[in-house]
Design a protein around this ligand. Structure first.
Ligand code: ZN
Length: 302
């Protein structure tokens, strides 16, 4: 497999979900071995690589920070880029936050369709996981395990009649992402809106950019999928795993995890080079026998 970038520059614009700041975003072709790099064009093209080393504060969205320069809410755009197999890309932006658009990754997929894919003359490098790594925080867990392809399993549990327990498991590629996850929108609970506003968050939020759940229903239906919430969590997970910086050959299981746990896993993974190797051959079977594939414990139904 060869590395890729996009054929031509594409652009969009909009407000950021949390800051409410309006910004312009452009995707541009980049040479081999560049990776995915954000450039703050309002700050003399200051570059922030989409890598775990640059993860900043993470709560309701994933933010990158380098030398004090911040870029927020990268996850939906990175999910689209990463799932589409784009290895190298410049993302030029003139504000502090990626536009939220409709709250899903679909508008970014449409941009990538318009941009086209260009194959580069350099072999693609994969980050192949060799042994399990898990991060736990209370009853939230995430783990990464050896696998021959990039797979995720994502489990959410919210006490709400429309959500409850939802589980999504897919082998991630551009087709599965496009048809199963990309259209799933971000969501919040009506009761959380005022507290979040008071914290200075969701200043750019609207009924056009997120599903708002009332106590027993949804304020701005219809849903795009009956399990849109679980699908969106899976989308978020992929966007955060993109911060590994290379395509993963691994299986990731997330149980009630969020951005904080997703990015902790990526940081710990990158910090421990005994857990992975870098290979140009996606078919190579590592030294790890197939039997070493522990399951993340699934809680018993209660
Ligand atoms: Zn999201």
């Amino acid at each position: 497999m060869f590395q890729t970038t996009i054929q031509r520059t594409v652009a969009t614009e909009g407000v950021g979900l949390h800051t409410g700041v309006f910004g312009h975003l452009r995707l541009l072709p980049a040479p081999a071995d560049t990776g995915i790099v954000f450039r703050r064009i309002d700050l003399e093209n200051f570059s922030i690589e989409a890598r775990g080393q640059n993860v900043a504060r993470v709560s309701y969205a994933t933010s990158l920070m380098k030398q004090g320069v911040l870029l927020s809410t990268t996850e939906h755009l990175l999910a689209a880029v990463y799932s589409s197999g784009i290895d190298n890309l410049f993302i030029d932006i003139d504000s502090i936050e990626v536009p939220i658009l409709d709250g899903s990754a679909e508008p970014f997929m449409a941009m990538l369709d318009q941009a086209g894919v260009r194959r580069l003359r350099r072999r693609r490098r994969y980050l192949k996981v060799l042994k399990p790594l898990e991060v736990t925080e209370g009853d939230r867990r995430i783990g990464i395990y050896p696998a021959e392809e990039f797979r995720i399993r994502c489990y959410v549990d919210f006490p709400h009649p429309l959500v409850g327990r939802q589980e999504v498991e897919i082998a991630v590629d551009s087709a599965t992402f496009r048809y199963l996850l990309a259209r799933a929108r971000t969501f919040c609970f009506e009761r959380d809106i005022e507290p979040l506003r008071a914290m200075g968050l969701i200043r750019g939020g609207s009924l056009e950019s997120a599903i708002v759940l009332t106590n027993d229903g949804v304020m701005n239906g219809p849903l795009r999928f009956p399990d849109e919430f679980g699908r969106h969590k899976a989308l978020d997970l992929i966007g955060d795993l993109a911060l590994a910086g290379l395509p993963l050959l691994a299986r990731v299981e997330a149980y009630k995890a969020g951005h904080a746990l997703h990015t902790q896993l990526v940081s710990r993974l990158l910090a421990d080079s005994s857990v992975w190797t870098i290979t140009t051959d996606e078919a190579v079977n590592a030294e790890v026998p197939d039997t070493v594939q522990p399951e993340l414990p699934v809680p018993a139904a209660d």
